[in-house]
Design a protein around this ligand. Structure first.
Ligand SMILES: *[C@@H]1O[C@H](CO)[C@@H](O)[C@H](O)[C@H]1NC(C)=O
Ligand SMILES: *[C@@H]1O[C@H](CO)[C@@H](O)[C@H](O)[C@H]1NC(C)=O
Ligand SMILES: *[C@@H]1O[C@H](CO)[C@@H](O)[C@H](O)[C@H]1NC(C)=O
Ligand SMILES: *[C@@H]1O[C@H](CO)[C@@H](O)[C@H](O)[C@H]1NC(C)=O
Ligand SMILES: *[C@@H]1O[C@H](CO)[C@@H](O)[C@H](O)[C@H]1NC(C)=O
Ligand SMILES: *[C@@H]1O[C@H](CO)[C@@H](O)[C@H](O)[C@H]1NC(C)=O
Ligand SMILES: *[C@@H]1O[C@H](CO)[C@@H](O)[C@H](O)[C@H]1NC(C)=O
Ligand SMILES: *[C@@H]1O[C@H](CO)[C@@H](O)[C@H](O)[C@H]1NC(C)=O
Ligand SMILES: *[C@@H]1O[C@H](CO)[C@@H](O)[C@H](O)[C@H]1NC(C)=O
Ligand SMILES: *[C@@H]1O[C@H](CO)[C@@H](O)[C@H](O)[C@H]1NC(C)=O
Ligand SMILES: *[C@@H]1O[C@H](CO)[C@@H](O)[C@H](O)[C@H]1NC(C)=O
Ligand SMILES: *[C@@H]1O[C@H](CO)[C@@H](O)[C@H](O)[C@H]1NC(C)=O
Length: 355
């Protein structure tokens, strides 16, 4: 019996979030102010909000969500460093640092202020971008210092880029999390081919896992799942940068949410409603573009594992170091690559529940 790609039971990114009353209706954070506890910034038209929220009971994150649909988390600032208890605060301090701090002395600097940038303000825009700007004494925007769109997590919104800035070397790509409940950075990335061909790729620990096919006359020239997703991609390449961005096709632009692309912890790519790319499901993948993983001779790509809840005899097994932080997909890959391996399991409950 193959492990079937699990149909999503509760919709994707099904986080059970705690509704908190909002006590602020501003879209701007100015120097010296803070956002903390249940306070939120709203974008001008109220589409997005930024604030601290918890995914599990005590781990709080600073993130951006849709106001009318809190389960979609489009950005998280402190992916790898949740804040214990709700004591987080976001501020722009005297010298212009945009930073998260908490009452235990934690300090996560999102942007380091520079000498002279003493009039900055951060605004949450209606496209979901949180932008730090330097203002002139007249209040005119002098320049943009930092933006959340330059630091994507697992979700792509229109206006964001997937690609590389040739001058700074900065890349824009999505990173998968560990599970539905733990967003810390894990095994999969989705972005421009690092070999600089004009295609999008998913990498698994840096290895090619899926390709979109080449960009050719306005389309990806394979039937790779992105074609029918109603995402209208553009490819831009010049001496400064190379990237894909996308917009929503006309006609369905009336949706209250922006169209999204999201990569989950199994390396699957989603739009708002559907799985577009799924190379994890066996035996033969549902998606064109999946790259056959290198395997030892004892294995075939069509080999599958069956789900079984029998007793795990540790004396016949091998337990990886917990600090390796492996997720289910990593365990599977390790087992596939070891001819004497007949089964794998994870020890983390969160991973188990979301096979
Ligand atoms: C946010 O959503 C709530 C609940 O749907 C609604 O009452 C409120 O007016 C919205 N806020 C903004 C600023 O749109
Ligand atoms: C978030 O924290 C509150 C207060 O501790 C708790 O009641 C709620 O269950 C938590 N939410 C989740 C999703 O765990
Ligand atoms: C900062 O900008 C505000 C307008 O947004 C202006 O009133 C103020 O004078 C400026 N302060 C400095 C030090 O430039
Ligand atoms: C993509 O980038 C190009 C060039 O910067 C821009 O003209 C276009 O509006 C962008 N498209 C979207 C959907 O953001
Ligand atoms: C990049 O190119 C090298 C050499 O052709 C190839 O082995 C590798 O798989 C490519 N990587 C990706 C991510 O396309
Ligand atoms: C896909 O694009 C490549 C160029 O990048 C081209 O050589 C090839 O013919 C195209 N294939 C199809 C089916 O259009
Ligand atoms: C998501 O993709 C599916 C299939 O590719 C498509 O039918 C659906 O309309 C898309 N949803 C949105 C909101 O674009
Ligand atoms: C590249 O950057 C330079 C300096 O910022 C700018 O003058 C030039 O117009 C840019 N080129 C393109 C194609 O955007
Ligand atoms: C796709 O985007 C381009 C430029 O962003 C636009 O000219 C074109 O009309 C869009 N196509 C559709 C089908 O919406
Ligand atoms: C689970 O493993 C046991 C022992 O190998 C076997 O008897 C049983 O049929 C398996 N169950 C399933 C659902 O594969
Ligand atoms: C596990 O990894 C840590 C950190 O790399 C190392 O200090 C420790 O010795 C390792 N434990 C084992 C059993 O290999
Ligand atoms: C396969 O796993 C066993 C432990 O179960 C280990 O001793 C062996 O070195 C592994 N082989 C490879 C090729 O990794």
């Amino acid at each position: 019996m193959a492990i079937k790609a699990r149909k999503l039971i509760l919709g994707f990114l099904c986080l059970l979030l705690f509704l908190v009353p909002s006590s602020s209706l501003l879209d701007k954070l100015v120097q010296g102010q803070e956002v903390k506890d249940k306070e939120v910034l709203f974008s001008a038209q109220g589409k997005f909000k930024l604030g601290f929220f918890n995914i599990t009971s005590n781990n709080y994150y600073l993130g951006i969500r849709y106001n009318n649909s809190e389960e979609y988390i489009v950005w998280i600032a402190n992916l790898d460093t949740p804040i214990f208890h709700n004591s987080g605060s976001l501020t722009i301090d005297d010298i212009g640092n945009l930073k998260i701090s908490d009452n235990s002395g934690l300090s996560i600097v999102l942007y380091s202020g520079q000498e002279g940038s003493n009039n900055t303000s951060a605004v949450l825009l209606d496209n979901g971008n949180f932008v730090l700007r330097e203002l002139s004494p007249e209040g005119v925007v002098k320049r943009e210092l930092w933006q959340s769109f330059d630091h994507p997590t697992d979700t792509l919104l229109p206006g964001m880029k997937l690609g590389v800035d040739h001058k700074t070397g900065q890349t824009w790509s999505l990173r998968s999390g560990r599970s539905y409940f733990i967003p810390d950075v894990r095994s999969f990335t989705f972005g421009l081919d690092p070999n600089h061909t004009n295609q999008l790729v998913i990498l698994f620990h840096g290895e090619l896992y899926w390709t979109s096919g080449s960009w050719y006359k306005g389309y990806f020239n394979s039937s790779s799942g992105l074609k029918d997703s109603y995402c209208n991609f553009s490819y831009i390449s010049n001496e400064n940068e190379t990237y894909f961005n996308y917009s929503l096709e006309k006609g369905i632009a009336t949706s209250p949410m922006s169209p999204m692309l999201m990569i989950d912890y199994l390396g699957r790519l989603w739009n708002d409603t559907d799985v577009l790319v799924d190379c994890a499901s066996a035996p033969s993948s549902l998606t064109d573009g999946c790259v056959t993983q290198k395997l030892p001779e004892c294995r075939s790509p069509s080999d599958t594992f069956s789900q079984n809840s029998s007793f795990w005899d540790e004396s016949n097994g091998f337990k990886f170091n917990e600090s390796d932080n492996l997720i289910m997909q990593d365990c599977k890959a390790k087992c596939m690559n070891n001819c004497s391996c007949v089964a794998y399991a994870v020890t983390n409950e969160d991973d188990l529940n979301w096979l």
